[in-house]
Design a protein around this ligand. Sequence first.
Ligand code: GLV
Ligand code: MG
Length: 299
Amino acid sequence: MIDKSRGLAVDALFLDLEDACAPAMKAPGRKNIVRALNEGGFEGKTRVVRVNDWTSPWTYRDVIDVVEGAGPNVDCLMLPKVQSSGHIVALDLLLTQLETSLGLPVGQIGIEAQIENARGLLSLESIAAASDRLETLILGPADFMASIQMKTLTVGDQPPGYEGGDAYHHILMSILMVARACDLQAIDGPYLAIKNLEGLRRASSRSAALGFDGKWVLHPDQIETVNEIFSPRQGDYDHAENILDAYDWFRSADGGSRGAAMLGDEMIDEASRKMALVVSAKGRLAGLRRSAVWQPPAA
Ligand code: GLV
Ligand code: MG
């Protein structure tokens, strides 16, 4: 499984010591993870290990074994079921001691926080501010649904009886707001029905449309759909680059030194430029090239 993951078209991958690792397998799991990370082959991917949460008996040993065994090859630790800033501070302090004693740059290993219950959601602001190591907030929908007693067993789909609304909207938006306010990534968690690509598409489109940066996949068959939905579309990328060019021109003396102008049927102004900057940056990062370039009107 780990071998296969090396060749997958994903931006990040996490090796799990939490829910996908049975209690009796925690100790061997740590050894396997250390071995795999040190063997390498994950170039271009963020290497993450999910440790167990602080209410379990395993967290400290997970962190110590993984960082002592493979510290230079770990980009981030993922901490599940984060409920308070104290959970992040505790991990930060342990990582600082480990990095110091191992001669690693302090702060090298980042933290990804999974928000998986009501307490975590209500403490988001203090969680997000708890450590400079924090890079990412992640919704853990399965645990979240369980914790608030949502009436369904189908993770990521609307609970029966709640047709017409989006039962996840408040949770997703709260995570997104705090992530954006604190300059963190916002990531949506898993869609468990692996064969149901239509359901995956629906769930992914929902968080992608709000502005989330990505979504977990649990199986290689889910990768194409999620990559497609979270990647900028060619048409949107061209449109964004054209807004930037046109707005620059309209603001110049040649374009009439205007603060607002019409680009085709749409009015563009400083706020449009900011929106276009987001889409163009994502497109450039994804390696898109312009296929339709706006030209100023002939003089
Ligand atoms: C993931 O950890 C989830 O609980 O959905
Ligand atoms: Mg979970």
